[in-house]
Ligand binder design. Structure first.
Ligand SMILES: Nc1ncnc2c1ncn2[C@@H]1O[C@H](COP(=O)(O)OP(=O)(O)OP(=O)(O)O)[C@@H](O)[C@H]1O
Ligand SMILES: [Mg+2]
Length: 268
């Protein structure tokens, strides 16, 4: 277990639902999901295509709004904010890393990294100074004045990670950050994320690659818009919780009261 984890919830989500479509096309991409994330955790989210991973990440990032449910960031209720207030909360708390990097092509590297500081109200020279320091951390100092088109995929993603971190957010979200990279560049990006985690940052990463879950200390699998399994490293052990519908949970808890045996769902 990462000893930087403490019990302060960065994220607390309860009964989250997201509906898309109308009439016959109506369906729930997120269908009653609860999630609590503690400071310093590195969570990998997996699950089949269409199970709702990106939808969940976009809601956590305040890029999308849930249909119903509660969402708290660092104890603040952010579920019902106006779009201007959501943007402010996003700038304050969240760094997002996209699969396709999302760098702005007509801005150079340092301008891309400095951009989130504009939304946080930092002044011009200070913005460039801070961005420059952040790029130095990623050994990209000499590429400050390159344009995104002059970078390799791996370098672009490292610039995107530097941009995500420049505001010192409490939460870093990454949707398949290595999805467009070869295995060598993927490894470098994962080492960067791992390093950022070790420095005390909280990370939630969506991935299709089971090998990459080795970098995380908690692995969540999703199915049909809910959490299916949730596995945490506890010391050297792993503890998996199988999430079940409420009626089955009640039946299980009755059984548990009658039996002194440990519950079957706490395994590994
Ligand atoms: N803007 C939208 N309008 C309508 N349906 C949507 C929209 N965005 C997502 N969906 C649907 O919601 C469900 C979940 O999609 P989502 O993109 O979150 O899945 P995912 O787990 O990220 O999949 P993948 O692994 O392919 O990226 C899918 O059925 C998808 O078609
Ligand atoms: Mg997705």
């Amino acid at each position: 277990m990462n000893n930087l984890v403490d019990n302060t919830s960065v994220i607390d989500i309860r009964g989250l639902k997201k509906r898309f479509g109308l009439g016959d096309a109506e369906h729930y991409a997120i269908d009653g999901l609860d999630l609590r994330v503690n400071k310093g955790e590195f969570i990998a989210i997996m699950g089949p295509s269409g199970c709702g991973k990106t939808t969940l990440l976009n809601i956590i990032a305040l890029l999308d709004i849930a249909t119903s449910g509660d969402y708290f960031i660092n104890g603040t209720d952010v579920s019902k904010l106006s779009s201007a207030k959501r943007a402010r909360q996003r700038a304050k708390h969240i760094g997002f890393v996209f699969q396709d990097f999302n760098l702005i092509n007509n801005m150079n590297v340092i301008e891309n990294v400095a951009l989130p500081l504009t939304y946080s109200g930092v002044r011009g020279t200070k913005r460039l100074e801070t961005a420059s320091k952040m790029l130095a951390n990623f050994h990209l100092h000499e590429r400050e004045y390159y344009m995104p088109s002059q970078l390799s995929g791996g370098q672009s993603q490292r610039v995107a990670i530097a941009r995500a971190l420049v505001t010192n957010p409490s939460l870093i979200l990454a949707d398949e950050p290595t999805g467009n990279l070869d295995s060598k560049a993927s490894h470098i990006i994962m080492e960067e994320l791992s390093d950022i985690h070790k420095r005390g940052n909280t990370i939630i990463m969506v991935t299709h690659n089971p090998d990459l879950t080795a970098y995380a200390d908690r692995v969540i699998t999703m199915l049909d818009g809910t959490i299916d399994t949730d596995t945490k490293d506890i010391g050297k052990e792993k503890k998996t919780t199988k999430k079940r519908p409420l009626n089955k949970l009640k039946a299980a808890s009755k059984k548990k009261k009658q039996s002194t045996k440990p519950p079957k769902e706490s395994v590994k």
